[in-house]
Every structure is written in structure tokens, then in C-alpha cells.
Design a protein around this ligand. Sequence first.
Ligand SMILES: NC(=O)c1ccc[n+]([C@@H]2O[C@H](COP(=O)([O-])OP(=O)(O)OC[C@H]3O[C@@H](n4cnc5c(N)ncnc54)[C@H](OP(=O)(O)O)[C@@H]3O)[C@@H](O)[C@H]2O)c1
Length: 307
Amino acid sequence: MASTRDSSSVPLAGRTLLVTGASSGTGLAGALAWHRLGAEIVVGSRSAASCAQVADRMGNARVHPFVADLGDPSAIDLAIGNLEGSGVAPTDIVHFAAGGLEPILRPLLRLTAGLRRMAPSRERDQAFADGRAEMERLVAATSATGMAVNYEGPRRLFERIGPTMPDGGRIILFASVWSEMAGAGCPAFYSSVAESKTRLEKWLNTEAREAALRNVAATVMVAHVISDTSTGRLIDRNIAPLMTPEDQSAFRAAYVTTEQTITATTRLLLGPPGLKGLLRRVYQVGSDELTEAIAPEVRAVASRVPL
Ligand SMILES: NC(=O)c1ccc[n+]([C@@H]2O[C@H](COP(=O)([O-])OP(=O)(O)OC[C@H]3O[C@@H](n4cnc5c(N)ncnc54)[C@H](OP(=O)(O)O)[C@@H]3O)[C@@H](O)[C@H]2O)c1
């Protein structure tokens, strides 16, 4: 019997996508969607069990594990060696994995719960100032982890895999509107993630285009809060309520959903590769449309998020 799947239903057939952070949130949604579109998927996670669960959801066909903590160079090398050993060569990398927030989440939640109960007052203003100082201390103590997971690890991955990617292969990485406010306007709790993501972008934009990634088209997708992810829900429930009512509405109106993010990323994967070796930035705010710039009022309200 002839196959009912013509090539238009499998537009990613022949591509092998290494998806980091494919065990949850947007990375998982993307991995499943692109597998349905015909791609072979390399599932990135720190956990072999999570990779196996994702593979089960793909019918254990056209799927391979990439088990590595991106903060651990030897684990990255081992996972790449395993891929090479099984003859799997990624044509594209979609880099979702992010780390560094875990150690500060519990203190952040405790802090926001207390602040939400306080009426506007001088004591509340002081509690905000103390809270920001506490966040800055915690972030400073954990910033090496953020740098390892969000900069050094992905850089090693791109340096090792980039040279074998085919001409026109894509690297797509995800950033938040706060990433480009590192040092000015970024909330204290996110500052280490912002700095490490920005460092990776700078590297991609300069050294990478000259060296390992000369055949590759790289895009940074700057998304606003992805409201149905666990991080998005945490921000919406715990941090947005600390803003003024006007800022809350403007901030929430700019949210995107996982589905919108994956729709937009799929368009990037299927569209023309763009200029090789030149880092392109695109923004996703309030819809699945991608724009080349972000509205100043969205940037302004994001910079007024307290803590
Ligand atoms: N959520 C938002 O509102 C939002 C907004 C803008 C941009 N972004 C960006 O979009 C991307 C996806 O966000 P998300 O919220 O969907 O992600 P998420 O659900 O928090 O998932 C993070 C992923 O990263 C992996 N990961 C964490 N630490 C790792 C490490 N040390 N080594 C390897 N993998 C690690 C986790 O896998 P394991 O635990 O299985 O290892 C998990 O699959 C991130 O880059 C994020 O910064 C998110």
C-alpha cells in the first residue's frame, strides 16, 4: 500500500535536530512537533530516563539520547562520542536547555509570597530593597553554575558539532527579553542567566563566525514570558502580581504560549537559512509572529519587574 505521508507532511525529513532541554517545557514540545514533521531527533537532557520517556512518545523511531549535564565538559564529550559511535550527525541544533535558576527558586518564592501579602508602605519598599539585595547575593554565589551551563557548555557543544554540520545547518537558541538587559533593567534574580546567555551570543557573533561555525546560520530567538511553561507560570503567579496594575496588564499582554513559540521556531527551521556565520536576532512578543525589533514599551515594562 502506498504511503499516505507525502513530502509536504514530513518537511523535516532528512534533517537530524539536536534539541537540548528536550525533556520539558518548550524543548519537549518542539522535539515532539519536529519529530512529527519527519526529523530525526537527538533528545538532550541530564537524565537517561527522561530521554527514554521522550523516545517512547516518539515510538522509539528516529530518536537518539544525548545525556549530558551542560555544566560538565566531560559529560558533553562523552555524549558526543556516543552520537559519533552510533553514526548520528546532527544537521541542526535547537538549544533550549537553560540552568542556573534552580538554587534561587525556593528563596525567590518565599520572598515573593511575603511581599505579596504586604500593603504599599515604607516597610514594603524596604522589604523590596532587602529582597533585591538577597537575590543579588544568591545570584553571585551561584553565577559560576549559570556560566557553565548557559555559556561554556553550549559553546563546547557548538565547537565540537559545528564543524560537521552541513552547509546551511541552523543553530537556534533561546533568550529572554531580560537577557539583553544584563546589567541594566534585568531583574536581580535573572541576572546570572542573562549574563551567561549574552556571553554565548557574543561568542557566536564574533569568534564563531570565523571558526567552527562558518557553515552555520545562527538565530537567537528572544521570547517574552512563555506563559504555559513552569517558569512562565512561576513568573505570572509570583512576580507579575508585584507590579502595578497597569504594568501587569502590559506585561501579560506580551506573553506568548509554547505553541506559538514552536510555530515560530518551525518557521525558522523551514525558512531560508539566512546569512551563514552571522547571528540573527528575532523577537517573539504576544503572538507567533517574529519581528526584527521589540517595541520600546514592552522592553520598558519588562525592565520594571521588581526583584
Ligand atoms: N519559560 C519562559 O517564560 C521563557 C521565556 C523566554 C525564554 N525562555 C528560554 O526558553 C528556553 C526553554 O525554556 P523552558 O521554560 O521551556 O525550559 P524548562 O522547562 O525550564 O526546561 C529546561 C530544560 O533545560 C534542561 N537543563 C537544565 N539544566 C541543564 C543542564 N545543566 N544540562 C543540560 N540540560 C539542562 C532541562 O533538562 P533536564 O532537567 O532533563 O536535564 C530541561 O529540559 C530556555 O532557554 C529559556 O531561557 C523561556
